[in-house]
Design a protein around this ligand. Sequence first.
Ligand SMILES: O=c1ccn([C@@H]2O[C@H](COP(=O)(O)O)[C@@H](O)[C@H]2O)c(=O)[nH]1
Length: 296
Amino acid sequence: MSGAKDSETFGRRLREAVRARGPLVVGVDPHETLLRDWGLADDPAGLRSFSLRVLEACAEHACALKPQSAFFERHGAAGIDALEELLALARERGLLTVLDVKRGDIGSTMAGYADAYLRPGAPLEADAITLSPYLGFGSLAPALELAAEHGKGVFVLALTSNPDGPEVQHAVTAEGTAIARAVAESAGERNLAELSATGAEDEHGWGSTGLVVGATVGAAPAELGIDLAATRAPLLAPGFGAQGAGPRERDEVFGPAAERVLVSISRGVLAAGPATAALEARTRELAAAYAVPSAG
Ligand SMILES: O=c1ccn([C@@H]2O[C@H](COP(=O)(O)O)[C@@H](O)[C@H]2O)c(=O)[nH]1
C-alpha cells in the first residue's frame, strides 16, 4: 500500500489529538433554527460568525471539528466560502477537521471528490471526510489512496445513527454477511495493511480508514458479528446528545473498542450558544464526561 510515513498517518495524528485533548468531536451544524436562536442571520455572514464562535470555544477541549457540509452548501457559493474559511482557520489552530460530506460515486468521479477534499492545498482541504460505501467499498479506492498518500483519513458509513439505516446496513450479501460487517472488515483489512507497513502493529495503533458507527445502534455490532476492536478503525460516533446516547452507550455499544470512539456532538454543544463562554463551558463539561476510558 502506498502511504505516508507512520508519523504522518491520519490514524496516528488523530490518536495523538485524542490523547492531548480527549475524544470529543464538535459538530459545526449551523441549522437555520440555531442561527436564529443565536440572533444571527440565516446567510453567509451568519454562518461565518457562528463557525468562528464554535471554533474559538472548542479549540481547547475537542480533538476535531466536524463541519456538516449541508448547512454550508444551502447558501451556495458564499456558504462554501465560509466553509473554506472555517477549515483553514481550524488548521491554523492545529485542530483536526472531519468534513461530513458522505460522498460515494463511481471510481472515476470519486477521484474528483477526493481531489476536492483530501488534496493538500485544495480550497476545501480537510484532514478527513465521511464516505458512503453503497456503490461498493471498492468504488472508494481513489479517496482511500489519496488519503493514504497525504496522511489524510476517511470515515466510511457502517452503522449509521438514524432509524432507517438497518434497512440497508443489516441486509446480507450473497455470502450471507451483513453489509455493515463487510464494510467494517474491508476497513479493517486496509488498517492492518497500513499499520503493518508503518511498523505500528501493536494493539494501540490506529488506522486511517475509520468507520461511522452511531452511538444509538445498541447491540447491532455484536448481533451482526462485527468485531470493531479488530478493525483498528477510529470510530466516528454520532448519536450522542440530541439523538439520545450518553456515556453509558459508549461502553455498551463499543465495548473493547471504546478507546477508539470519537464522541461526535453537534446540537448538544451548539444549543449552549451564542455566548462563547457558555459554549466553552459546555464543551469542557462534555470533554470531562467523555474523557478517554483507557490511555491506549
Ligand atoms: O450516522 C450518522 C452519520 C452522520 N451524522 C451527522 O452527525 C451530526 C449529528 O448531529 P447532532 O446534532 O449531534 O445530532 C449531523 O451532522 C448528522 O448529519 C449522524 O447524525 N448520524
